[in-house]
Ligand binder design. Structure first.
Ligand code: ADP
Ligand code: ZN
Length: 764
């Protein structure tokens, strides 16, 4: 195959790619730019891929590796992840292996022999191993399909993740100029991109950049009031903590001490939580990480040391109890939630003293001035985000150079817009309190002065005689603290020594009345009401109605994972189990239509899954499972036949692939249309305000649209929008306008179908 692909050739490649995607991985469609990347690389071209975490980078090189003759060589610095990745590939019948320092000399020899004999489809290699002349010589003798350079930003000295070995990967274009190279990363700034192109010899190669939006993540930021209790309320109400079926999540704290304390406190509250920070022994850290990967509902309380190389797709929430240092840090950390595309939450609380602390730390750091300036700008961007009264996702994406034209409908600001009011006069009062007390007192003292409190300190300083004394009595302490925090966050006040606040040059115009100050009022709803609201929002990814079956499937999955010594999500992802729980398939045929159930997995687990589904329906006991041999027991030769056919080139109809892959039930597979949705799938919990019939029909419509477009359901429209629709029951396009998340683009794309669905539900 050559780089210049004729149109007809491309079509053929596309068809073969789709057929591999369906038969091996069980997915119906590529996401976004995946299809273009796969075509380019499979046809022998180079590519640079910039995609956010969870975007689906792996398939971009895995599918082309199966389409091209030879083995795909994947260079990755994350040795700890290689075993999981190889396990996951073997589960779908791909012949995968890795070469790194964890292998015994004998293990290395085995893999090398398989490589040269052409018995591998994919080989993961650590960079230091790849650079050995022994390995390079082997590769020169072996049939190689392509080189994929994962975490390609590690070539750049500018980033935090620079790896010297990555800097030497220029050896690849030198020694193997005719083989395609695809570089992949989630870090996209211009300088890094230039370095990647330069080191890997990719100038002129097409660059594929995806949107960095993560629509399934709900961003929320709140004022810190009692952080531990706020956290507990949140994970109990929305992530099932303490119920035995809780979600996995990460809680980030700034210091080791607060990590320890928070973890301990959660444990005393009956929440399954472990600490993780650099002060623990390697053994303790490994244990925490292993438990996190291999158990279902564990919460890790950690410093930022935790996360790099965590590939767990079903992290349902990331909570920040302290402010990250930059927007980049925040986005990277929150990005660990919801790789599987299911609804997830990025939750953060912060308060005035956090803002003062991080600003002061930055100010006092020993870094050179220009580095400090850059870091200060990054922190300011984060603080602006925190104080935003507009859609959080729009602020985030704008920072990363993208535009989101409409508010997202899935962040706290969109869901319950804060009130914004002119607070110029109050801002002037607060600023003048700082100035008149000599720009050296902290927020507590300034608040006392504003409220006219006759404290000992006020008296000792003579501040009761200032004209500002008591001018702020019209507001309560919380309002003043909120205002001071916003003034610090937005740069009108700077944090000096001993927590002292001083007016900055920026405040001059405000003091003179030349500019105005808009204040964001904190959400004022009482706590109980807020909790009820979030419970109503139903953040859990599975409807209450389908929850028992979902849990039963998780239990079954855990058992199978333990037997094989792999993490549960390698067997099936939560997204796949969720669809199964909603669909309640009664046959292998229907089960095979579920995303993530490829030929090999259908063969290995299909019968058992159907038993679990039937068992839950009450007609039979799940103990009657007739167990089939596992993938591991059978070896991995099964799919080789399929791959062999595909590699031979030419057009393969999905039917052919499917038939050879799914040997257990060819007849049933061909048997025709099982209804896509069982009656169960339309069940829904009734809601006070929303019409359950309409909600169920909309949910079904959403699945249909998701299938048609290849977007995950949340991209079509989020739950909050669905519920608003079910409550409002719009009968015309015009009635759709103004509903949360219903911008013009969505109305244009799906409006008519939504109105249709509502009318049908109401008629029926
Ligand atoms: P990244 O490496 O970019 O962080 P992954 O390659 O791990 O992302 O993919 C994230 C998740 O999305 C995985 O669970 C993967 O199976 C799923 N995924 C990727 N592409 C598709 C697709 N075309 N259809 C369905 N699921 C997909
Ligand atoms: Zn929003």
């Amino acid at each position: 195959m050559t780089a210049a692909a004729s149109p007809s050739n491309s079509t053929a490649t596309d068809q073969r790619a789709l057929s591999v995607l369906k038969s091996v991985w069980g997915y119906d469609a590529f996401r976004g730019v995946q299809a273009d990347i796969v075509r380019t690389v499979a046809d022998g071209g180079n590519a640079l891929v910039l995609m956010p975490t969870g975007g689906g980078k792996s398939l971009c090189y895995q599918v082309p590796s199966l389409l091209r003759p030879g083995v795909g060589i994947v260079v990755s610095p994350l040795i700890a992840l290689m075993k999981d990745q190889v396990d996951a590939l073997r589960q779908v019948g791909v012949r995968a292996a890795f070469l790194n320092s964890t292998l015994s000399p004998e293990g290395v020899r085995e893999v090398e022999a398989a490589l040269v004999a052409g018995e591998l489809d994919l080989l993961y290699v650590a960079p230091e191993r790849l650079l050995l002349s022994r390995t390079l010589d082997l590769l020169a003798r072996a049939p190689v399909a392509l080189f994929a350079i994962d975490e390609a930003h590690c070539v750049s000295q500018w980033g935090h993740d620079f790896r010297p070995e990555y800097g030497q990967l220029g050896v690849l274009p030198e020694r193997f100029p005719h083989l395609p190279r695809v570089a992949l990363t989630a870090t996209a700034d211009e300088r890094t991109r230039e370095d990647i192109l330069h080191v890997l010899g990719l100038h002129g190669a097409p660059q594929f950049v995806s949107s960095f939006d993560r629509p399934n993540i709900q961003y929320r930021v709140a004022n810190k009031e009692g952080p531990k209790t706020q956290l507990l309320d949140f994970i109990r109400a929305e992530h099932g903590a303490g119920t035995g079926g809780g979600d996995a999540g990460i809680v980030y704290c700034l210091s080791r001490k607060s990590v320890e304390e928070t973890a301990k406190w959660l444990q005393t509250q009956g929440v399954d939580a472990v600490p993780y920070h650099a002060g623990l022994s390697p053994r303790e850290r490994n244990m925490a990480q292993d438990r996190f990967l291999n158990e279902e509902g564990l919460i890790v309380v950690a410093t930022v040391a935790f996360g790099m190389g965590i590939d767990k797709p079903n992290v349902r929430f990331v909570a920040h109890l302290d402010l990250p240092k930059s927007m980049e840090g925040y986005y990277q950390e929150t990005g660990r939630a919801g790789r599987d595309g299911l609804p997830s939450t990025a939750w953060m609380v912060y308060g005035l003293s956090d803002v003062v602390n991080v600003k002061r730390m930055l100010d006092q750091s020993a870094a050179p001035p220009d580095v400090k300036r850059v870091e200060a700008a990054k922190l300011d961007a984060l603080l602006t985000y925190c104080e935003a009264a507009t859609c959080r996702r729009q602020v985030l994406l704008t920072y990363f150079g993208e535009t989101l034209e409409e508010p997202c409908g899935n962040c706290d600001v969109c869901l319950s817009p804060p009130r914004v009011r002119d607070a110029t006069r109050e801002a002037q009062m607060a600023l003048s309190a700082a100035v008149r007390t000599g720009n050296r007192f902290g927020s507590a003292h300034l608040t006392d002065v504003l409220l006219g409190r006759d404290t000992e300190k006020v008296r000792a300083m003579g501040h009761h005689q200032l004209p500002t004394f008591g001018v702020g009595r019209g507001h309560d302490e919380k309002t003043w603290r909120g205002l001071l925090r916003q003034l610090v966050s937005l740069g009108y006040l700077a944090a000096g020594e001993h927590h002292g606040l001083m007016a900055t040059p920026k405040s001059r115009a405000l003091l003179k009345g030349e500019t105005t100050f808009q204040m964001r009022e904190e959400a004022l709803a009482p706590r109980a009401e807020r909790r009820e609201r979030s419970a109503r929002q139903g953040r859990a990814p599975v409807d209450a109605h389908d929850r028992p079956l979902f849990e039963a499937l998780r239990q079954w999955r855990l058992g199978r994972a333990r037997e094989q010594g792999v993490p549960p999500y390698v067997i099936f992802t939560d997204a796949t189990l969720k669809t199964i729980a909603e669909l309640r398939p009664g046959s292998l045929n229907t089960l095979g239509s579920v995303g993530g159930v490829g030929g090999r997995k259908l063969e290995a687990y299909g019968a058992e899954v159907l038993e679990v589904v039937r068992g839950q329906a009450g007609s039979r006991q799940p103990s009657a499972v007739s167990r089939q041999p596992t993938v591991a027991e059978r070896g991995t030769a099964g799919n080789a036949a399929v791959l062999g056919v595909l590699r031979g080139g030419g057009q393969i109809s999905p039917a052919v692939t499917t038939a050879s892959a799914i040997k257990t039930a060819p007849a049933e597979r061909e048997a025709s249309p099982t209804p896509l949705f069982s009656p169960h799938a339309t069940g829904d919990k009734p809601q006070a305000s929303s019409n359950p019939e309409v909600a169920a029909t909309l949910r079904e419509l959403r699945r249909e649209l998701s299938r048609e477009t290849g977007h995950s359901a949340f991209v079509i429209f989020p739950n909050a929008t669905l519920e608003a629709l079910a409550a409002r029951q719009p009968r015309t396009l015009d009635e759709l306008r103004g509903l949360p998340g219903m911008g013009e683009k969505r109305i244009e794309a799906y409006g008519e179908r939504i109105v249709d669905a509502v009318l049908t539900a109401l008629d029926g």
